[in-house]
Design a protein around this ligand. Structure first.
Ligand SMILES: *Cc1c(COP(=O)(O)O)cnc(C)c1O
Length: 381
């Protein structure tokens, strides 16, 4: 497709073109695990075996790379598989820095690996550049992990400032951009080296695929390692999931914009509500990360709105009293979800016990606000 069209056009048409063999407008699903050689032993189709590459991935990876302004993308079996593949490139004894507030399963896995002596890990307060400078060990710190907005607290990190500091110390910056998606933020343009996504969330958008992705700014040694690791460890996506993911990504720009608009309205309603002690959303002018988010995001602030209601018991009640917001984990689907988060994350979580996380979908915003109002009223004071 012509390179001067907007990213929303690229997404809607899945990069355009049709299948050369059949003329099919929708990219075909290729289930074959193996690919035939020519008599001379070469692979005329450019594919060998599905653990290494699959034609159903190609369009999806190319689309994601172009949406992120990246060089190349790779799909993985899950967001965790994508993240773990980056982290496993650390040599024994290397150092990594990650934010205190981040996707909890990844934080727990990193802490477990660090405790076992695999690498050294420091968790620093999200977006605190002085703490980052103090934690950096020039020559030893290889990865500075960023998650912005962070799940579930909505803490914001300045990607460009982080990259400048990390690069000066010889470290690479990896940004988990699951909550923002390439629609709202492009970390590679801001200086990040790699972008990671849980494609399970808004990229697919229909809560029916588990998938992850990495996008790189450069085809360098690190990327070659990552490509090799994916093919050898085999944490790849099935072709059916890749096909569903590409279908979901064609409506990415519509869904992300609508969810972000709804989330802004929900956050504003919660901020005004007398029974809400704090509304956490980067789109609210009094959010501590609002100015940075306004600079590095375009078109909205994502689907996650968190709020606090004073006590753990009340949070439990409100989450249980919502009717349209389904009480279920995950985020980024077309349907709105709610989760009382601290009990899920368990002891040691930095998430306050009375925090409720919403994932705002594409329903009518008035319906969603009314549902929150009835649940807050039902929970009493
Ligand atoms: C869900 C999530 C992940 C993990 O992705 P999976 O696809 O569930 O493995 C990582 N980071 C963030 C911010 C997430 O929300």
């Amino acid at each position: 497709m012509a390179s001067d069209v907007k990213r929303s056009t690229l997404a809607a048409q899945a990069l355009g073109g049709s299948d050369p063999a059949t003329g099919a407008v929708v990219p075909p699903l290729v289930a074959s695990a193996t690919y035939e050689r020519a008599p001379d032993g070469s692979y005329p189709g450019g594919h060998t075996y599905t653990r290494d590459e699959n034609p159903t991935y190609d369009r999806c990876e190319a689309l994601l790379a172009s949406l992120e302004d990246g060089r190349e993308a790779l799909l993985f079996a899950s967001g965790m598989a994508a993240a773990a593949t980056v982290v496993e490139t650390l040599a024994p004894g290397d150092h990594m820095i990650a934010p205190a507030e981040m996707y909890w399963t990844l934080r727990g896995w990193l802490q477990g690996r660090a405790a076992a002596g695999r690498f050294a890990l420091d968790l620093v307060p999200n977006g605190d550049l002085d703490a980052l400078r103090r934690a950096l060990r020039p020559g030893a710190t290889r990865i500075v992990w960023v998650e912005t907005p962070a799940n579930p607290t909505c803490a914001i990190t300045d990607i460009a400032a982080t990259a400048e500091i990390a690069h000066a110390a010889g470290a690479r910056v990896v940004t988990d951009s699951t909550v923002a998606t390439p629609v709202l933020c492009r970390p590679l343009r801001l200086g990040a080296d790699l972008v990671m996504h849980s494609a399970t969330k808004q990229l697919n958008g229909h809560s029916d695929v588990l998938a992850g992705a990495l996008v790189t700014a450069r085809d360098d040694d690190l990327w070659a390692r990552i490509r090799h690791e994916r093919a050898n460890r085999g944490a790849v996506l099935g072709p059916f999931e890749a096909w569903l993911l590409l279908r979901g990504m064609r409506t990415l720009f519509l869904r992300v914009a609508r969810s972000a608009e709804n989330a802004q309205q929900v956050a504003e309603a919660l901020a005004r509500h007398p029974d809400v002690t704090a509304a956490l959303y980067p789109g609210l002018p009094d959010h501590p990360g609002h100015e940075i988010a306004r600079r590095q995001m375009q078109g909205g602030y994502g689907p996650i709105v968190s709020f606090r209601v004073g006590t753990e018991a009340r949070a439990h009640q409100v989450a249980g009293a919502l009717r349209l917001f389904r009480n279920a984990t995950s985020l980024g689907g077309v349907e709105s979800l709610v989760e009382h988060r601290a009990p899920v994350e368990g002891p040691g979580t930095p998430v306050p016990p009375d925090l409720i996380r919403l994932s705002v979908g594409i329903e009518d915003a008035g319906d969603l606000v009314a549902d929150l109002e009835q649940a807050l009223a039902a929970a009493g004071r």
